[in-house]
Design a protein around this ligand. Structure first.
Ligand SMILES: NC(=O)c1ccc[n+]([C@@H]2O[C@H](COP(=O)([O-])OP(=O)(O)OC[C@H]3O[C@@H](n4cnc5c(N)ncnc54)[C@H](OP(=O)(O)O)[C@@H]3O)[C@@H](O)[C@H]2O)c1
Length: 230
């Protein structure tokens, strides 16, 4: 298997929540972006909600483009991009406006249940797609395809809690780098660092690799994740 090394990079409140909207201090986006660059990933992966909210992919996508059935096989519009921005979008909801962000090529991870029309829309936009399963996403398969087909070796997993929880639960998060901000959140329904839907496959031990106080009382914690359950 050609699975990339997966590093999860996030900002949280002291209580582990990740919805930055409404926080008492501005999210330190420069610190986050510098950490993102320093990790030297060749791709980053987010959930459907994060892409929709933070990357201008909400709203209705263009219907009526399919001229016939489209085979359920992975489709790559680009294979030599300078980087890849990947979203888990099982039902085909994202309204992609373009095929890249800052030169990083967009890739959608879909279920085979999406419509022909949605696949035609992705092709028209030049967004690559891979199939992750019939309904649930099989992350072992997805990571293998990303490594094998696109040569991705270091993948940054960047939220939200839903997708982080899914990849963690599947046993594929190798490292965790978290900026803990000096604030509380407390909203019961706000997403957290890891939100696992479905069967919980256990807690994971962490090995602390480093801890630093960055500016303004922000604490940076870097861990190796043990994927031995227990
Ligand atoms: N603080 C930070 O560092 C940080 C970083 C990133 C994001 N965020 C915030 O996090 C919030 C979003 O978090 P979220 O947890 O609500 O959403 P999310 O993780 O961005 O997306 C969750 C969605 O991804 C799809 N998904 C995830 N796991 C799946 C699986 N195993 N199988 C199939 N589909 C799967 C599902 O899409 P469907 O519902 O379409 O099936 C699910 O609803 C945003 O407000 C964002 O701003 C914060």
């Amino acid at each position: 298997m050609t699975k990339p090394h997966v590093l999860c990079l996030m900002m949280t409140s002291i209580d582990g929540r990740v919805l930055t909207e409404g926080w008492a201090i501005d999210a330190p986006s420069k610190i986050f972006e510098d950490a993102h660059d320093a990790l030297e990933g060749d791709a980053w992966l987010v959930g459907r909600v994060t892409l929709e909210e933070d990357f201008d992919a909400a709203g209705d996508w263009e219907r009526g483009l399919a001229t016939g059935p489209i085979e359920r096989t992975d489709w790559f519009a680009q294979r030599h991009a300078k980087g890849y921005a990947i979203a888990i979008d099982r039902s085909g909801k994202l309204n992609w406006k373009t095929d890249n962000i800052d030169g990083e090529h967009y890739v959608a991870v879909l279920s085979t249940g999406v419509s022909d029309d949605y696949l035609a829309f992705l092709r028209q936009r030049g967004v690559s797609y891979i199939f992750g399963g019939e309904d649930e996403i099989d992350f072992a398969h997805v990571l293998d395809v990303l490594g094998r087909e696109l040569g991705i070796k270091r993948l940054l997993l960047e939220g939200g809690g839903g997708v982080n929880g899914s990849v963690l639960n599947a046993g594929f998060v190798d490292e965790l780098l978290v900026f803990v901000l000096p604030l509380t959140d407390g909203r019961k329904d706000a997403p957290s660092l890891f939100d696992i839907a479905g069967d919980w496959r256990g807690s994971r031990k962490l090995e602390l690799l480093s801890n630093d106080t960055v500016e303004g009382g922000i604490v940076k914690l870097h861990y190796r994740v043990s994927n031995d359950r227990g």
